[in-house]
Design a protein around this ligand. Structure first.
Ligand code: ATP
Ligand code: MG
Length: 590
């Protein structure tokens, strides 16, 4: 078992946290009740864009800074809520003039700057469906997603258009309009966004929107295979808003920085929607990751709440605590992480280096919002994902031979005993639940059994209900009768001072079924050698016993998805000499 020491909240921290502000959460939470925190459209209905923008416009927040966008070279552009109201109105009116219908898909292929946020919120206010794409995608992943999503409009830059879209433009006959940013003459076949916006009125009234109308089309990270297009609806905003309150402790006075690109669901749910519904100031940094740059952004922007990912944290950890201590991080009061298991080491590092332990949160593109977390008022159990959020009901399901929940007819068995591993399942009914994989109803139907949504992840629970991640069902290793979660092995390896990151897979073995093989990235300054390898093997054996890796190889560049996840399936395919599968979301090695 993982070794961990709980991080207890002080009374002051507890008092400052939301649970004490909203005592009804613990007693009589209901989604109807949660919805009352939002305004709703004047004539009924619910629209994400309205909750993020319009409802601040008749309040004192109107002239407050909504967005501070720092571009690659450090230039800052700011928009107030009133600016957002005007600019997104222009964008919505432009969609109207282009003949876009409610629910039709508007794709964005834009770097993180004001244009991206204006187009995203303008699309939502208009009632079209938003699909942001990661701007580093190549032509084929872009084409595939626009085709699968029946994209009607694409907003991009002239440079991205020429390099990524022009080569596949003639294979996208359904794409009717390509709008490009900037004031230069637009490339052939595109029109100028700026000229289009200039011709439109800066007033737009959000039309009645059914809470069940499509709002977002988000593609999954492609960690386990070809990305799926998850459909979300406007009422998701109820979960975006409340989960940000409980799990991220967001308040109107906060300066919030979410490091994810809106091309991944985190960058939309918590990089655009949730923070703006709280009326706070959102920081956007379009620069590449560098430890110094990120610490500088935290310092200069006086960020109070920071939401990032384990892979970034691990890169910061390579500098120990000394680099962080060169910056004034005194404004920071809450740090959270998502996307991959957060090693206990990282939680403790946060406490030392940033002054705050890191709060893990678990969710998926499909869930639309955070479902499980070490949320604000709770003691943190490092290595655990935390407890289900109010309104979220979780179960662990007994597994069958294929490692996933065993479904007999339409029934499944839930596990009540602590410490037993099962497939993590959620009771449908939370507002941000996906409503389909676009054009793949069978796959969607296959996600449900016995009244549960099956996540594809394996976990266990302790006596107090904290959920402990074991691995994706696809990644779990069966070795000599043991069921081994890669996370536990990776976390243990990371406790060794020489290790920066680790990826663990099962390699087929005639005797054991599979043996545990680890790919390890060493910290800067540590040379690869047999001594280090032997030391690591011994270190892991002492701590993990029978489930320790039998084989360790060094790998300076573990394959990651662009959303920052270790692609274990690729390590495995390479190991077995099998086809590498869909690589559209692979982060190219630097
Ligand atoms: P695909 O579904 O295309 O294979 P993906 O599952 O990586 O890609 P996302 O929806 O971006 O796509 O990621 C959700 C998954 O990320 C979860 O199912 C889980 O495996 C992992 N994950 C997210 N948060 C955590 C966390 N806090 N701890 C452990 N794993 C996490
Ligand atoms: Mg997934």
């Amino acid at each position: 078992m993982q070794s961990w020491i709980p991080i207890r909240k002080t009374d002051a921290e507890r008092a400052a946290a939301n649970l004490s502000h909203y005592p009804w959460v613990q007693h009589d939470f209901s989604w109807e009740h949660a919805r009352e925190r939002l305004r709703g459209l004047p004539d009924g209905g619910l629209n994400i864009g309205y909750e993020a923008v319009d409802r601040h416009l008749d309040t004192e927040r109107r002239d407050k800074t909504a967005l501070r966008c720092v571009d690659r070279s450090g230039v800052v552009r700011e928009l107030t809520y009133a600016d957002l109201g005007r600019d997104t109105s222009r964008f919505a009116n432009l969609l109207d003039r282009l003949g876009v219908h409610v629910g039709e898909r508007v794709f964005l292929l834009l770097p993180r700057g004001p244009e991206l946020y204006v187009a995203a919120l303008g699309t939502l206010r208009y009632g079209a469906a938003l699909s942001p794409l990661f701007p580093a995608f190549g032509p084929e992943p872009i084409r595939e997603r626009i085709e699968l999503g029946d994209g009607m409009v694409l907003v991009t830059t002239p440079e991205l258009y020429e390099a990524r879209v022009a080569p596949v433009r003639d294979r996208l006959p359904g794409l009717r309009h390509v709008l490009v940013t900037g004031d230069a003459t637009p490339p052939a076949g595109t029109t100028s966004l700026q000229a289009g916006l200039a011709a439109e009125s800066d007033r737009f009234t959000v039309r009645p929107t059914d809470p069940g109308d499509i709002a977002l089309l988000h593609f999954t990270s492609g960690t386990t295979g070809r990305p799926k297009g998850a459909v979300h609806v406007h009422e998701a905003v109820v979960a975006h808003h409340t989960s940000a309150l409980y799990a991220l402790d967001l308040h109107p006075d906060d300066v919030f920085w979410c490091t994810a690109d809106p091309g991944w669901v985190t960058g939309t749910s918590y990089g655009i929607i949730a923070p703006l519904t709280h009326g706070l100031t959102l920081v956007v940094d379009a620069g590449e990751f560098s430890a110094r740059r990120w610490f500088q952004t935290l310092e200069r922007e006086r960020v109070t709440v920071w939401y990032t990912a384990p892979t970034a944290i691990r890169m910061l950890m390579r500098h120990g605590t000394s680099l962080a201590r060169q910056y004034d991080l005194s404004a920071l009061r809450f740090v959270a992480s998502v996307g991959e298991p957060l090693n206990p080491e990282a939680v403790y590092w946060g406490r030392e280096a940033l002054g705050h332990p890191i709060h893990d949160t678990w969710w998926q593109t499909e869930t639309g919002a955070i479902m499980i977390s070490n949320f604000a008022g709770l003691d943190i159990r490092p290595g655990s994902m935390g407890l289900p959020l109010p309104g979220v009901q979780v179960a662990l399901l007994e597994r069958g031979d294929n490692g996933r929940a065993r479904v007999t007819g339409d029934t499944v068995e839930t596990i009540d005993r602590p410490g037993v591993v099962g497939e993590l399942a959620l009771r449908p009914g939370w507002p941000s639940m996906f409503r389909g994989y676009l054009h793949d109803p069978d796959r969607y139907a296959g996600c449900f059994a016995g009244g549960w949504y099956l996540s594809g992840d394996l976990a266990s629970r302790d006596e107090d209900g904290y959920v402990w991640f074991v691995g994706r069902a696809d990644d779990v290793i069966k070795s000599a009768g043991h069921l081994i979660g890669p996370f536990e092995v990776e976390s243990t390896l990371m406790e060794h001072p020489a290790v920066a990151e680790a990826g663990v897979i099962g390699r087929p073995d005639p005797v054991a079924g599979e043996i545990v093989k680890a790919f390890v990235t060493l910290r800067p300054g540590v040379a690869e050698s047999d001594d280090v390898r032997l030391d690591l093997l011994g270190f892991a054996r002492k701590r993990l016993g029978a489930v320790a890796p039998k084989e360790i190889v060094f790998d300076a560049h573990l394959p990651h998805t662009r959303s920052g996840k270790v692609m274990r399936r690729l390590l495995k395919a390479r190991e077995l000499g099998l086809p590498e599968g869909d690589l559209s979301t692979l982060e190219s090695a630097h």
